[in-house]
Design a protein around this ligand. Structure first.
Ligand code: LRH
Length: 486
């Protein structure tokens, strides 16, 4: 049996195909193909080129096979959540919409008309977020786009269907539709009926680790496709080096997903008020987390600056932001920041129009400070709602390279921050395949031991001076007074 598997990881800005090799209880990664996954603004909304995604996935699989002289045991695909394709009798009914399209406002109004947000949360436990599949499907219903639909497939399942001919809905991603019962873990049929969505379009649910079937087309024909944690965040959590239930995680990329791994969902009104979500995790865990806007704030600001002729790189912005110790703070979970458009302008509107925000370095610093605030607030909510005090924060994903943000996070939360691996999603994807084909065995704890043995992790400890400021803010004391030991 070959010791390698192919992880296809589709992120919101780029996709990558990674050859992952398991040897001596360690995992090694070789990225063989990287490509853009960005949505395109068309006359008919913000759309994804699903055909181009498939072509890049096939190209990457071909390159991975060339790089694996002993062959590969399997292939697995993960992708960002909530987006999907509708299939009719003759294939795809138009290019899939992206969740940042404004249509979700219409769809959400329709969902709110048919079921109150409180009742919906108590049933499915998913955050109230315009991007959710349920809102997108409601818009499709209003536009008549479901009439000819035979099937709805979330993006990784859609690509899997094109590769194998078998249509399934992998559970971790299916939970982000807001149409899954988080306890019984099946489609919530009474809810689907109430929303006027046709039952016929919902495919059979499968768990991560299921063999979807042999790939029938392209360079990997004959190799099995394994359903992994096909929601990228589910795979990232598998690949996060958590050492126990009191380790919190932050999957840091386009979004910042900050949360804890639980055994059972929390469906209370208090949980809804904090807008924490109960997404399905691998091995029937619950990913209890919050969506914070993340690096999108910076990348979208960079796009605005580029339109104004100002080229900036993330590395330069971080370096410049590290030289500043002043910032304005805004709510990095505010829904007004979701859609594409003038990000500096929207942040200025949220942060009281401070003219210093014209300076990219000051804006970057303000973004990082505001993200760290949101992380600290969320950790406090997680503690209150789970009854478990987070002991350590494990940051994974591309954002784990941002040492300034890691340090601000340690200072603001008072927790040890462990950073890495940046490729946790591909690792989590690969480990679930490796377990399914028998290359490794064990629980998530065992799989995470492989991550810890393979990755270089960096630790950021809270600065004692920041701890004094934090405590004095908490207790309302004057920092000078605290310092004087009074
Ligand atoms: C991160 C992510 C996140 C979802 C969003 C749609 O890539 O999957 O977990 O909420 O994208």
């Amino acid at each position: 049996m070959p010791a390698s598997v192919i992880a296809v990881d589709l992120g919101a800005t780029s996709g990558r195909v990674v050859l992952c090799t398991l040897r001596d209880a360690r995992i090694g990664l070789t990225e063989v193909h990287r490509f853009s996954t960005a949505a395109r603004r068309t006359d008919d909304g913000l759309r994804l080129d699903a055909g181009a995604l498939l072509a890049d996935v096939q190209e990457g699989i071909g390159k991975a096979l060339e790089a694996a002289p002993d062959g590969v045991a399997s292939v697995g695909i993960d992708c960002w959540a909530v987006d999907y394709g509708l299939l009719g009798a003759d294939g795809l009914l138009g290019d899939p919409f992206n969740y940042r399209d404004e249509r979700t406002t219409r769809g959400k109004a329709e969902v709110d008309r048919l079921i109150s947000p409180a009742e919906l949360y108590a049933r499915v436990g998913i955050q109230d977020n315009a991007i959710n599949t349920v809102n997108q499907l409601a818009d499709d219903k209003l536009a008549g786009r479901l009439d000819a639909a035979a099937m709805f497939l979330l993006l990784p399942d859609l690509i899997g269907y094109w590769l194998t001919g078998r249509a399934v809905a992998e559970r971790t991603n299916a939970s982000t539709t807001s149409l899954l019962d988080p306890v019984g873990r099946g489609w919530d049929w009474p809810l689907i009926d109430r929303l006027g969505l046709p039952r016929r379009i919902f495919p059979e649910l499968v768990d991560p680790g299921t063999v979807v079937g042999p790939i029938t087309v392209g360079p990997a024909a004959g190799i099995p496709l394994i359903a992994v944690g096909s929601h990228d965040t589910a795979s990232a959590v598998v690949g996060a080096p958590l050492t126990g239930p009191s380790d919190a995680y932050l999957s840091s990329g386009t979004w910042s997903l900050i949360g804890m791994e639980l055994d059972a969902p929390i469906l209370t009104e208090a949980s809804r008020a904090s807008n924490l979500t109960n997404e399905a995790g691998v091995d029937a865990t619950i990913r209890y987390l919050k969506n914070v806007m993340g690096m999108w704030l910076l990348s979208e600001a960079q796009r605005t600056w580029a339109d104004q002729g100002l080229a900036t790189s993330v590395a330069d912005l971080i370096a410049a932001a590290a030289q500043i110790d002043d910032a304005v703070h805004f709510d990095a979970t505010d829904p007004s920041l979701l859609h594409p458009g003038d990000m500096p302008g929207r942040i200025r509107a949220l942060a009281g129009d401070d003219p210093r925000l014209e300076d990219p370095a000051f804006l970057a610093r303000s973004i990082f400070e505001s993200l760290a605030d949101a992380y600290a607030d969320t950790l406090a909510e997680l503690e209150a709602l789970t009854g478990t005090r987070p002991r350590r924060l494990v940051v994974v994903g591309g954002g784990s390279h941002n040492a300034l943000l890691n340090q601000l996070t340690a200072d603001r939360t008072g927790l040890e921050v462990s950073a890495g691996p940046a490729e946790a999603t591909a690792i989590g994807n690969a480990l679930i395949q490796a377990r399914a084909v028998g290359l490794v065995t064990g629980t998530l704890t065992d799989l995470r031991r492989i991550v810890m043995a393979s990755a270089e992790l960096t630790t950021h400890l809270p600065d004692p001076k920041a701890a004094i400021t934090r405590l004095s803010n908490e207790f309302g004391a004057d920092p000078a007074f605290v310092r004087a030991g009074g």
